[in-house]
Design a protein around this ligand. Structure first.
Ligand code: HEC
Ligand code: HEC
Length: 254
């Protein structure tokens, strides 16, 4: 199943590789200017506002604004999203800002800020990588009246899918607990709940169409509102490490 999917994806993976600098998991992006990326994130550039004003001081996203976590996201994925916004392959229908933001940055700026964001949230204790959770606080959201689901039901879908409804496991593409698989399957574990719910509905309703070969739309079209809430509630607090091994394997480094 996995090999089949990866084969399907190879054409667009190749296209991605050709347009963005080579990046092996966890390593620095060749040719990227991290200082410029940091400056774009913290100060903006020209007419483009500072990214941290909406995505949070440390890039962990914000449930109140509906913005995604960007810290520790895969470099190639971030670069692709900015490229998709810049070329109108993806529309920001939440705040209507991201298309203009991406267009206002040069290709080099987009590369630099994507590389910088990928490196955020990476701290070490000795040689052990510590990954900031940054997921949503379910209890707090519930208290504020946000609808949340059942994490244990969502966990089953993340691990096994729902075979009788032809829903594949999220794990099969997005990796263990949705920790991401370079270069094209984004990290969805520890992403903000509001954002996860919004994007799953957008894929389901065909409002977001920038997923290579409609891979994500084919999954989302089978999900009910309840499925979406359950899966998002689990994922937002799903750590990238297993109980038996607290080290993140190098290929899954944020
Ligand atoms: C005014 C608020 C705002 C500002 C400023 C802003 N963003 Fe965003 N950003 C959003 C919203 C809202 C979304 C979700 C849009 C959607 O639903 O497609 C988003 C989505 C994104 C995504 C897609 C992430 C994913 O997981 O698919 C990236 C990448 C991104 N922003 C990068 C940036 C960068 C880089 C900057 C600074 C140059 C920036 N943003 C500035 C509000 C903002
Ligand atoms: C067949 C492979 C595949 C499966 C299975 C799959 N996804 Fe995805 N998903 C993708 C791809 C590819 C993308 C990236 C689309 C893009 O490039 O914009 C994606 C993107 C996403 C995003 C948007 C992330 C962001 O930051 O914008 C969410 C949320 C998501 N998937 C959730 C899920 C959930 C939940 C499941 C399980 C119910 C799942 N996916 C199963 C392939 C898959």
């Amino acid at each position: 199943m996995r090999t089949y999917l990866l084969k399907l994806g190879s054409a667009s993976v190749l296209a991605l590789m050709m347009m963005s600098p080579v990046h092996a998991g966890g390593n620095k992006v060749t040719g990227a200017d991290y200082a410029n990326g940091k400056s774009v994130f913290e100060n903006g550039k020209g007419d483009v506002p500072a990214c941290n004003s909406c995505h949070g001081a440390t890039g962990l996203g914000d449930d109140n604004l509906g913005t995604p976590r960007l810290a520790g996201q895969l470099y190639q994925f971030l670069y692709k999203q900015l490229d998709d916004y810049a070329n109108d392959r993806r529309q920001d229908t939440a705040m209507y800002v991201m298309n203009a933001n991406a267009k206002g940055l040069s290709e080099a700026d987009r590369r630099d800020v994507a590389a910088y964001l990928n490196s955020l949230g990476r701290t070490f204790k000795g040689k052990q990588l510590q990954v900031a959770s940054g997921g949503s606080d379910i209890a707090a959201l519930k208290e504020m009246g946000t609808e949340v689901g059942q994490a244990y039901v969502g966990k089953i879908m993340v691990y096994y899918g729902v075979p009788e409804r032809d829903i594949p496991s999220c794990y099969s593409c997005h990796g263990f607990n949705g920790r991401g698989v370079e270069p094209m399957y984004p990290r969805i574990g520890e992403q903000k709940l509001t954002y996860l719910v919004a994007q799953l509905k957008k894929f389901r309703d065909g409002e977001r169409k920038n997923d290579p070969m409609a891979q994500m739309r084919k999954v989302a079209e089978k999900l009910t509102d309840e499925d979406i809430l359950n899966v998002a509630t689990y994922l937002t607090q799903a750590p990238p490490t297993t109980l038996g091994n607290t080290q993140v394997p190098p290929e899954h480094l944020p």
